[in-house]
Write a protein that binds this ligand. Structure first.
Ligand SMILES: Nc1nc2c(ncn2[C@@H]2O[C@H](COP(=O)(O)OP(=O)(O)OP(=O)(O)O)[C@@H](O)[C@H]2O)c(=O)[nH]1
Ligand SMILES: [Mg+2]
Length: 616
């Protein structure tokens, strides 16, 4: 059946949903998944697969409302111990005809509960009672109270009601306006579940008033067409059973449903459709929470990426704006070029400088190398500082988000720069510098040029090139500004004297681009520490789409599915379409002869009810 297939797909989309990030909507979505999956397993799927299974009427309500007393009285013997201690019933009791045992012995419905044939107080057990007088095709379940002080009772009661084909709500004349039961009733009404309400312990004088009042409440809460039964206050017998006449209308109603295939199917279909509708309705909550997981994961990865991109950009700018032309670099440069004479030669033009280079620099390769060392270490500090600042920015961004905070607590290593950052930075810069020297040598392959390079030493030319790169954009201020400008101009002229100005520009551009690319690679390596954490979360990008798609398919299959059910029973799909089920709560007679059974009118003549207690 297409509906079963689509519900099964929805079930797997939900069970596969993964919520690794601690987001505010996670708990709600996980709860929704648990509830939907439980409802599918406990009721919807088994019911769809076995439409001919007996009708399960679950008796629910507040503690002390008289649920167990009602069930026992309907059966005519004590199958579920009533009591004065609240709450009394802890473990559900399911009464069925012996011929229907196979439907309940197996894990077909409520697979989470352990079947037992003896009474128990364990909320995980389901006591099965075979009762020959109960019509085949009908089972009655006595549930723990829905508003219990015992949490397990409440949870179990809600689960049992979700597994019901028909909710038989029991309330008393003293407590029919209590809030909690109405919460349940409203939910059931919104869903469209099949419900009947039993109002018991109605004082004789209040028969004309209280049921009518409850009927009005039901009407204004979407339960206008739910049958309402009023049971007058009577004295229970030695076994705690109510007089048979008091419960006869409820028994008649249930027995008729069991006997009338169409009526039973309408009750089942209505509840099924309501249950499927309600679980499909909750799917978007799950899909939205899955969207949040993906969005926040992307946001966290984006925050980290932004931080390290910014670092790469900052390093690119600062390795070109003169920032690095200070202290040690300038001192070593001055050691290398000396002062005075060279500057004066420079004033007289590049050709003059070229002629005199050999005289200035002979044997100064080692000093040139020191310039390179100083330049490299300045660059290294800059890179390490920017990488640390980037990691800090990424951490701050992650801390602003609860999920990010939780990840940082799980991966505290992220709070400090990577262990191998310093070594990687040093290696990267060393490699770049050696490539700069390589570049210079390559460029100086020509005979005349190589003679000039030899005069300056490759290290000297390389150092000059680095200095030119480091102060490419100008804009330096402060005391060192003048010195840095002078230094750069000198380095520029030296390089021009060797290669010519066009070639110098090209060399500088190539070397700078190479540096930027290497730094970007280094920062990408640091970024990976953060993105790996996100990747490891295993957030499937299409998880939300999968849930939405599956829910949509259920919606589509629902209509043809309903038609199939109709065809199966030969009746219309919904209870409300079946014409009047008799008196409804909204049109109750003023004259109440002790009991009221809206079902009696349509059931008239169809049911043979034996007056003897315990007989159906
Ligand atoms: N006189 C009278 N007593 C009733 C009636 N219904 C229930 N009682 C008594 O009320 C008490 C509670 O009834 P139970 O049937 O145990 O109530 P319950 O709804 O099953 O309660 P929990 O199992 O705790 O949820 C018992 O002492 C019953 O004998 C009634 O219609 N008339
Ligand atoms: Mg009970």
């Amino acid at each position: 059946m297409e509906l079963v297939g689509s519900l099964t797909s929805l079930r797997s989309a939900l069970t596969e949903a993964n919520f690794p990030l601690a987001l505010p909507d996670r708990a709600g979505a996980q709860q929704a998944i648990r509830q939907i999956v439980t409802q599918l397993d406990d009721y919807v799927l088994p019911r769809l697969v076995n439409l001919e299974a007996p009708l399960l009427a679950v008796v629910g309500g507040s503690t002390g409302a008289g649920k167990s007393t009602l069930v026992n009285s309907l059966i005519g013997r004590v199958v579920s111990q009533p009591g004065v201690i609240r709450p009394t019933t802890r473990s559900p009791v399911l009464v069925h005809n012996p011929d229907d045992a196979r439907w309940f012995d197996s894990d077909r419905v409520l697979p989470g509960l352990i079947r037992s044939r003896v009474s128990s107080q364990d909320q995980r057990s389901l006591q099965l009672v075979a009762e020959p007088t109960l019509p085949a095709g009908l089972a009655i379940l006595d549930a723990p109270d829905i508003d219990s002080v015992v949490k397990e009772n409440r949870v179990l009661a809600a689960q049992l009601l979700d597994a019901a084909d028909l909710w038989l709500f029991v309330t008393s004349a003293a407590r029919y306006a209590d809030a909690v039961p109405w919460g349940f009733l409203r939910t059931a009404a919104e869903r469209g579940s099949s419900i009947s309400v039993v109002l018991d312990r109605v004082p004789p004088g209040a028969m004309g008033v209280v049921p009518a009042d409850l009927g009005r409440m039901m009407s204004s809460n979407g339960l206008a067409d739910a049958p309402l039964f009023a049971i007058p206050e009577t004295i229970v017998d030695d076994l705690g059973l109510l007089p048979d006449t008091a419960v006869a209308p409820v028994r008649t109603y249930l027995a008729t449903l069991a006997a009338d295939k169409d009526a039973k199917q309408r009750v089942v279909q209505r509840t099924l459709d309501g249950a499927i509708g309600s679980l499909v309705q909750r799917a978007p909550e799950v899909a939205n929470a899955l969207d949040s997981q993906r969005e926040v994961a992307e946001q966290l990865a984006g925050d980290a990426q932004k931080a390290f991109l910014e670092a790469a950009r900052a390093i690119s700018v600062q390795s070109a704006d003169g920032t690095l032309l200070r202290g040690e670099v300038l001192s070593r440069w001055h050691d290398y070029v000396g002062t005075g004479d060279l500057m004066r030669s420079l004033d007289r033009g590049v050709s003059r400088l070229r002629d005199r280079i050999a005289g200035f620099f002979t044997g100064s390769s080692q000093r040139a190398e020191q310039v390179g060392v100083a330049a490299g270490s300045g660059l290294e500090s800059l890179v390490n500082a920017e990488a640390a600042a980037a990691a800090e920015r990424a951490v701050i961004a992650w801390k602003a988000n609860p999920a990010g905070r939780e990840l940082l607590a799980r991966y505290p290593d992220l709070m400090t720069p990577g262990d191998d950052l310093a070594a990687s930075t040093a290696r990267t810069i060393r490699e770049w510098q050696s490539d700069v020297l390589e570049l210079v040598s390559e460029e100086g392959k020509g005979k005349r040029t190589s003679a000039r390079i030899a005069a300056l030493s490759v290290n000297g030319v390389g150092a000059a090139l680095m200095l030119v790169i480091f102060f490419n954009t100008g804009g330096i201020t402060g005391a060192e500004g003048g010195v840095a400008v002078g230094t750069t101009v000198l380095a520029q002229r030296l390089l021009e004297s060797v290669f010519g100005d066009e070639a110098v520009r090209k060399l500088a551009t190539t070397a700078k681009e190479d540096l930027d690319a290497r730094i970007e690679g280094l920062m990408a390596g640091e970024l990976v520490r953060f993105t790996r954490v996100i990747d490891q979360l295993g957030i499937a990008p299409d998880a939300a789409g999968y849930v939405r798609q599956a829910a949509l398919q259920v919606e589509r299959a629902r209509q043809p599915g309903a038609a199939q059910l109709g065809a199966f029973t030969g009746g219309p799909p919904a209870l409300s379409d079946s014409g009047s089920p008799g008196l409804t709560s909204g049109e109750m007679p003023r004259e109440l002869a002790g009991t009221m059974n809206p079902g009696t009118e349509i059931l008239e003549g169809e049911l043979v009810y034996d007056d003897r207690q315990g007989e159906w």
